[in-house]
Write a protein that binds this ligand. Structure first.
Ligand SMILES: O=P(O)(O)O[C@@H]1C[C@H](O)[C@@H](CO)O1
Ligand SMILES: Nc1nc2[nH]cnc2c(=O)[nH]1
Length: 298
């Protein structure tokens, strides 16, 4: 069924729900992915470089939510990159679409049950750090879970120990090793002059920030702001996945009343398209390297 059991802000998809979807996928594909990639707004092209592709539409997968936003194709693509088996989500889910956070994060737990070890998350965000330029790729060093502060948190509700502990540590959510690897890969690919590192803040959206809100976020230590990723990363860390987050700065957030620019979703998608090719190379390199590193360290 598409109905999960959510009471207030307490999410609880049952273990059987996750297992059912996992089993359906395992029965319908022979791929056994080790790395999962979540493609942010306008970034579905990241899957293009994969070989032996097998695609499922979200609407055909039991229990899966469907994408309702432009720039999110709504397809799950299995494939291989340089011999590494991986799965791409072309489109992810948001609170602003009306989904509960257990629906938003459902694919992450399914990936875990399928045997995935690393999660590469991408998104589009607005730059708050004054040094950032449109088109920069920000390696997410840390995040601020603003909806979480208000009780909109994917781990609210009964804790299922089969996934992880009640009180997970979040101070190391973004793997240091993967951050180092992506910096190295960026250097080799010649894109180091637009790779940055910073703190991503999630807001629920769907409106973009007011100027006063943007100023508040800057004071709080945010380098960029978006409407996704934090729930997926939190659930991934809870169940023991290694996480890498890349945020494409698609616009500069207005911090100044005298500025005339007005952000819109079309501009976000346009910048995503412009950078998709380079991000695709970076993600492909990371898929093979992070798996290699995981083999070496086990
Ligand atoms: O990659 P995501 O989905 O986080 O993209 C951001 C947030 C909204 O979905 C969209 C607004 O333009 O960009
Ligand atoms: N909240 C938020 N999300 C975004 N996604 C892309 N740009 C932005 C932005 O400026 N603000």
């Amino acid at each position: 069924s598409r109905t999960m059991h959510c009471k207030g802000n307490s999410c609880s998809c049952s273990f059987e729900d996750y297992k059912l979807t996992t089993q359906w996928l395992l029965n319908h594909t022979s791929h056994r992915p080790k790395v999962a990639v979540i493609c942010g707004s306008g970034l579905g092209l990241l899957a293009d470089g994969a070989a032996n592709k097998q695609t499922f539409r979200y609407q055909d997968i039991p229990n899966f939510p469907v994408s309702t936003v432009a720039g999110h194709e709504g397809c799950l693509v299995f494939g291989t990159i340089e011999g590494t088996s991986c799965v791409f989500m072309q489109g992810h889910f948001h609170l602003y679409e009306g989904y509960s956070l257990c629906q938003v994060t459902l694919p992450v737990r399914i990936f875990k049950l399928m045997g995935v070890e690393s999660l590469l998350v991408t998104n589009a965000s607005g730059g708050i750090c004054p040094d950032f330029k449109v088109g920069d790729i920000m390696i997410i060093k840390d995040h601020i879970n603003l909806p979480g502060f208000a009780g909109q948190h994917p781990l609210c509700g009964p804790n299922d120990e089969r996934f992880g502990i009640r009180f997970p540590c979040m101070s190391d959510a973004y793997s240091k090793d993967l951050r180092r690897l992506v910096l190295e890969a960026g250097l080799e690919l010649g894109c180091n002059d637009f790779i940055r590192e910073g703190v991503y803040c999630m807001v629920s959206g769907p409106n973009f920030e007011t100027i006063a809100e943007a100023r508040m976020l800057r004071i709080l230590g945010c380098d960029s702001v978006g409407m996704s990723t934090v729930p997926e990363v939190t659930v991934a860390k809870h169940c023991g996945l290694r996480v890498l987050g890349l945020s494409l700065i698609t616009n500069k957030v207005s911090l100044d009343y005298s500025r005339e620019e007005k952000v819109n979703h079309e501009e976000v998608l346009q910048i995503s398209k412009m950078r998709a090719e380079v991000l695709q190379k970076l993600v492909a390199t990371m898929i093979s390297r992070c798996q290699q590193q995981s083999i070496n360290t086990h």
